[in-house]
Design a protein around this ligand. Structure first.
Ligand SMILES: [Zn+2]
Length: 240
């Protein structure tokens, strides 16, 4: 019998020597067994653990009365300017799509044994407008979905919805203004792709919920669609 100890290939060890990776939260150098986050930062993440009560928690309550949500979770409580907020910032604005991929995979591996993905039939990353996609070079929600896919094998549905408009930062607008602002952004263009599916909407962060409400409302125009939600972060001001 071979030893079950985790081993690293020569290529992996060489790569670690010539291209040392650093922790996205604290910047310290990662060991070969660490990915994206060092062990210390990983241990101190403000995890919500909403996935342990997926049908009734602070995240799903944000959507009650706005659209019928089956289950949902956010991995982290997002506190602006905190150490962990850097993960989301780097994922969105740091040109680091690999953060989405590795976080998505790590979280999915953590959630799988709890049954969080039971009943979900496909992953649905929040689409970006064409212009925003060209500007950023990648869709961070799609990268998260790719990571979840590698751990769960759940298919990713892309292209059923078109995101129409592009606008600059919404941070200075009120919640009502933002709701109105995104309400007509999404357009269902291929309902065959989502017909009969239980979709897990994937997003980076929930700041008001308006984007997810707008997307879910459009997805629910297709027959027999069920919606659950997964995000990396949820603004602490929303769930406090
Ligand atoms: Zn760290």
């Amino acid at each position: 019998m071979k030893s079950k100890k985790i081993t690293f290939s020569l290529a992996e060890r060489l790569l670690n020597l010539i291209a040392p990776r650093s922790c996205v939260m604290c910047g310290s150098r990662l060991t070969i067994s660490e990915n994206t986050l060092c062990a210390d930062c990983n241990m101190h993440l403000p995890r919500t653990n909403y996935h342990l009560s997926p049908t009734d928690n602070e995240l799903v309550r944000i959507f009650w009365g706005r659209f019928p949500i089956t289950s949902g979770t956010s991995f982290l409580l997002h506190v602006p300017s905190s150490a962990s907020a850097r993960i989301i910032y780097e994922l969105k604005y740091g040109n680091k799509p690999q953060i989405g991929l590795s976080l998505g995979k790590a979280i999915a591996e953590e959630y799988l044994p709890t049954g969080f993905f039971n009943g979900i039939t496909a992953l649905f990353p929040v689409p970006l407008s064409r212009r925003r996609l060209m500007q950023r070079g990648y869709n961070q929600s799609l990268e998260i979905a790719r990571g979840i896919n590698t751990a769960t094998n759940l298919p990713i549905i892309d292209g059923a919805i078109k995101r129409r408009r592009f606008r600059s930062s919404q941070t200075s607008k009120s919640r009502i203004e933002r709701n109105e602002n995104v309400a007509n952004d999404f357009k269902l263009i291929d309902q065959q792709k989502i017909n009969g599916q239980h979709l897990l909407i994937i997003d980076d962060i929930v700041t008001t919920g308006a984007t997810i409400v707008a997307l879910a409302t459009e997805l629910l125009k297709a027959p027999n669609v069920e919606i659950s939600v997964f995000t990396i972060g949820v603004a602490n001001s929303l769930v406090a």
